[in-house]
Design a binder for this molecule. Structure first.
Ligand code: DC
Length: 227
């Protein structure tokens, strides 16, 4: 689709289908896809490697301000680097997932990543996926989506993903997800919530393709001047 460079944000809770849909939408529009959760996971990975406590604001501040987290396009797709090290394969474990949620509540961590994300969005023509893209990082985004789905449906999707990697029980995934929802929504800084001008899409009974169709239809319906 021929589209003026837009900045599109997709926020929502874990398991609502953000990653799949954001990737597909970016492909369809020929835009860059930016997974901002990977940055929080990158900080969590480095904090774990140094044995930092998730509430040690000072140490986390020093760590996140000094990290060099970058996305690089390689033959095997987009990879997350911390300095010279490719950490893509190490940031999706259940432990790093919970730690990322905990450290993402620390204002120092959010502040350090805010600058990284704003720089990445400077050129537009991008789909940014996260929790506070439309509210905090890009309040002036051209199009904002907020993807939701029932807790059980979200936990089942995550369970099926983990199962391939030899994983925990469904009940554990469900509990972790509930905890993470509570963490992400109740934190004082940039809590998970839809921007006032976000379009909310419930993906409980929709395939990723159907969600993307809805998004594309909405983008097409925008006045020419804004797309
Ligand atoms: O999207 P994800 O599951 O990879 O994100 C990991 C954690 O990072 C999640 O618990 C919340 C946090 N996060 C955030 O606070 N803000 C973002 N923009 C993206 C992720």
């Amino acid at each position: 689709m021929n589209m003026k460079p837009l900045l599109i944000t997709i926020d929502g809770p874990a398991g609502a289908g953000k990653t799949t849909v954001s990737r597909m939408l970016a492909d369809r529009l020929g835009f860059v896809y930016v997974d901002t959760g990977a940055l929080y996971r990158g900080v969590a990975f480095e904090a774990a490697a140094r044995g930092l406590a998730p509430d040690d604001e000072e140490a986390l501040g020093a760590l996140s301000a000094g990290l060099d987290l970058r996305f690089e396009h390689t033959e095997s797709g987009v990879r997350l680097f911390s300095g010279e090290r490719d950490i893509t394969g190490s940031i999706r474990t259940p432990e790093i997932t919970m730690l990322a949620s905990a450290i993402s509540a620390r204002p120092v961590v959010r502040q350090a990543l805010l600058d990284v994300q704003k720089r990445l969005g400077a050129k537009k023509a991008a789909v940014f996926e996260g929790r506070d893209m439309g509210t905090v990082v890009f309040p002036d985004a051209d199009v904002k989506f907020f993807l939701i789905a029932d807790l059980k449906a979200r936990a089942m999707r995550r369970f099926l993903e983990y199962r391939d990697a030899g994983a925990p029980r469904f009940e554990t995934v469900l509990e972790d997800m509930e905890k993470r929802d509570a963490n992400d929504s109740s934190r004082a800084v940039a809590p998970l919530k839809p921007a006032g001008d976000a379009v909310i899409i419930d993906s409980t009974d929709l395939s990723p393709e159907a969600v993307v169709e809805k998004m594309v239809a909405l983008i097409r319906s925008l006045p020419e001047s804004s797309r």
